[in-house]
Write a protein that binds this ligand. Sequence first.
Ligand code: HDD
Length: 711
Amino acid sequence: MPRKDDLMEAKEAQLSEQKQQPPFITSDHGVCFENDTDSLKAGVRGPVQIEDFHLREKITHFDHERIPERVVHARGSSARGYFELKESLSDVTQAAFLTDKSVRTPILVRYSQVLAGRNGPDMTRDIRGFAIRFYTSEGNYDLVGNNIPVFPIQDAMKFPDLIHSARPEPDTEMPSAGVTNHDNFWDFISLTPESMHAVMWMLSDRCIPRSLRMIQGFGVHTFVLLNAKGERSFVKFHLRPSTLGVHGICFDEALQVNGVDPDFHRRDLFDAIARGDFPEFDFGVQVVEESRENSFDFDLLDATKIIPEELVPVRWVGKLVLNKHVDPFGENEQVAFCPANLVPGIDTSNDPLLQGRLFSYLDTQINRFGTVNFTRLPVNCPVAPVVNNHRDGFMQGCIFRDKFNYSPNRGASIRVDAQRGCPTHPTPIQPGATKIRAKSEKFADHYSQAMLFFNSMTPIEQQHIIDAASFELGSCKESVVHLRMLDHFNHINRDLAVKVAAKLGCACPPALLDWTYSTQVSKHLSMLDPLGGTSAGSSVETRQVAVILADGFDAEQFLAVSQGLKSAKCVAKIVAPRKGKIESSKKTEDTAVEADSTFFTTKSVVFDGVIAIGGAPSVQTLAASGACLAFINQSFRHYKPIGAVDDALSLLLDVSSYGKVQLTGKESSSVCSDQGVVSSAHGASSEFVKVFLDALGMHRFWMRDISRIPA
Ligand code: HDD
């Protein structure tokens, strides 16, 4: 019987071998050096000697430090952890890690953006990659998914075109920041109607996520499951944050985050793990029995379609926990995912997009690593033993002392194990099928699920899609691109087309008289729907709150606020006009606090909410600081919860007058909460903290009128 942590320990052992042994610097051949600062010269002012092999080795190694970055998904952040199965899937698969509840499977998750370069900014409007490697007892299983459940194309044949169109335009190499608001991308999209469903998702706030800890994950394709009896079913894989909900931010904020903290997502993931706030995701499957394969309006092999959860509910069967940092190069950069890394019990379907991927990933890894032996790197090494006759090649890490590198042979041949090998299902080939470059008829419906998605959004989410489309197309210069996209929007929703056309200053195509708009909705697609939206009821844990104050702040209020935030497991950061110790009104050493950042070094965009602490001298300083007022006004413009206590209410003048927010009166003893602005004229009572935390749990107050707020 395997122990729960056998695989975890095996993986840990593989990775820990790489640790540096302090304290002496040596050459790559283990020779110690007496000096690592000065090159070897002929006299102190003389020329450097070519014999200085330490210098040459050091510089040569540095010159070769880079490997080609991934052709897509170059920018990524990873974490390690484990997968735990809560409900066995033995009815549908024989995969050990999906049937044996007693085992913890080590995992590595790499989040990524499709388009940004390796050192690009985190906060572009883009699909996020969500790739998981499971180091199972039966070999590596890679689930290389995204944070949206559909892809913009149906056949791998179009992948290079899709990516070329999205990349910087080839004649100018602009825009180069991994963004899609340019003519070439929308030109290609407008000529590719199959992309319309994915486009709706890409224009939604899901593609400007608040945190990598707050996204969903999808395997996208339909895969095949095989159980021990050899029975086949179809499956789509799902992930969702266990407690934190799925959240996006507002677009104006996303633009600014890139300047203030280009590592916003990477830092958030790193810091959460460092604090012990380990990201957790539920793992689920939508299983379709073989007999239902052709029972849907769409084709299961079409990666531009979801299986609505109303038709096939998700079985939530396991949990992913991310509890370890990775080595940014050794693991994040060198992990080489491949959708063909499958284990017995999970197989591919005939999805033509997936079939192309099965070729592409191995090919790209050979290009990145320059050798087939990348599989020997610790991050790529399975915990299951590797035994085969693959030999030699660049950077072969193994020493083989055996006589035979072929089988069968005259000695003890290595053999196949029919019982434990990956079974192939004897799926009949379509009767009468001929070789053909075409798709099944159902692939031709490009609008039904785009409508389903748009219809399922709340009015705010629909408005955000309209705004995003207006921004993206508004940056395009070619009117033909506008017109083609408006025509597609017109087939999805009339209001969408009319409103985007108005923002673009174009004539909207005429209403379609012989076109049927679907009225279908799914309650599993919205983030904001209070009943069932993916952000509903999420926890405030790990949310970042800026507590703003200056010298002379009220120590009791600060204590109450910081304790309240701490007990809700929020992260409070002190933002003040300067760094260093900030004195409270009591002027005692134990009530002084250390500022985490200043209005100069940070901006409100990296926080989830803000609380202004009272205390006359402090508020006077803050009120005279334009940067502080801008901080508060920007929080309001970005729909975030704001709290203010006693005389700090005076910092909310713009918010109350231009934003028409009601604040508590001096005479009122109760806490006032209006549009997410929480005010108290009687100190930071427990009621104040509670109401603020409730507001924080709402994430954003999208109903605000921000049009007149100066910031
Ligand atoms: Fe891909 C990387 C996700 C279609 C070719 N892809 C890559 C990564 C993710 C995805 C998350 C980053 C892996 C990592 O972190 O290292 N890709 C997808 C999804 C797709 C998809 C969800 C459709 C459902 N991809 C797709 C197609 C092709 C590729 C159709 C080519 C035919 N993808 C690649 C690649 C990459 C890659 C060029 C670049 C780096 C790498 O593989 O390792 O091979």
